[in-house]
Design a binder for this molecule. Structure first.
Ligand code: COA
Length: 161
């Protein structure tokens, strides 16, 4: 599959952490990364779970990807490793330029199923990206409205079976 060369893995360093402050979804994850860097728990320029798109030298879009192991998979058949995608966000001035799509296509290029818990009002975007609502399972999905995407050959688990 074609992957965008625009999408870069983001390293944990002070510059990246400063750029993260421009995003609305900034919270515990970013603060923990900053603390780990300050207390030398992680080295400068170590890998982060984030990927981003730069416009010139500015980070304008980002997402976090986490690989969930098969033994914790409650979404797909057969149970398998999948990607949890979160904190997908494009800065307001750079929306509708294809950067959100670039990030999602990059995530798809791993050829693993993807799960995300979308923000309100972004359903149109996810639908365009080929994501579908997971069959709602109250125990599994409490407080979430998971959307999933599956590569060829993967099926959704029937949560209510
Ligand atoms: C949702 C978000 C990640 C999309 O990223 P983006 O870079 O703006 O989107 P793209 O330019 O990659 O759009 C890809 C396609 O999805 C469509 N699209 C984007 N946002 C959409 C939306 N909210 N509803 C319906 N379609 C949407 C685009 O028109 C485009 O369609 P095309 O391929 O036919 O041209 C981004 O806008 C964002 O971070 N928004 C912040 C908050 C939010 O969720 N807003 C939703 C609207 S209030």
């Amino acid at each position: 599959m074609m992957t965008s060369t625009k999408v870069k893995p983001l390293l944990v360093n002070y510059k990246t952490l400063e750029e993260f402050k421009r995003f609305k979804e900034y919270g515990n994850q970013e603060l923990a990364m900053l603390e780990d860097l300050e207390s030398n728990i992680v080295e400068n320029d170590s890998e982060s779970p984030f990927f981003g798109v730069y416009y010139g030298s500015a980070l304008v879009a980002r997402m976090s990807l986490y690989r969930v192991r098969a033994k914790y998979d409650k979404y797909f058949v057969p149970p398998q490793d999948y990607l949890e995608l979160w904190k997908l966000e494009v800065l307001p001035d750079y929306r509708d330029m294809g950067f959100g799509k670039d990030l999602v296509e990059f995530a798809k290029s791993f050829e693993l199923p993807i799960k995300t818990n979308p923000r309100i009002n972004s359903h149109g975007f996810w639908e365009k990206m080929g994501f579908q609502k997971a069959n709602y399972d109250v125990e599994r999905d409490l407080g979430e409205n998971p959307l999933i995407w599956m590569p060829t050959g993967v099926e959704e688990r029937n949560a209510n079976a």
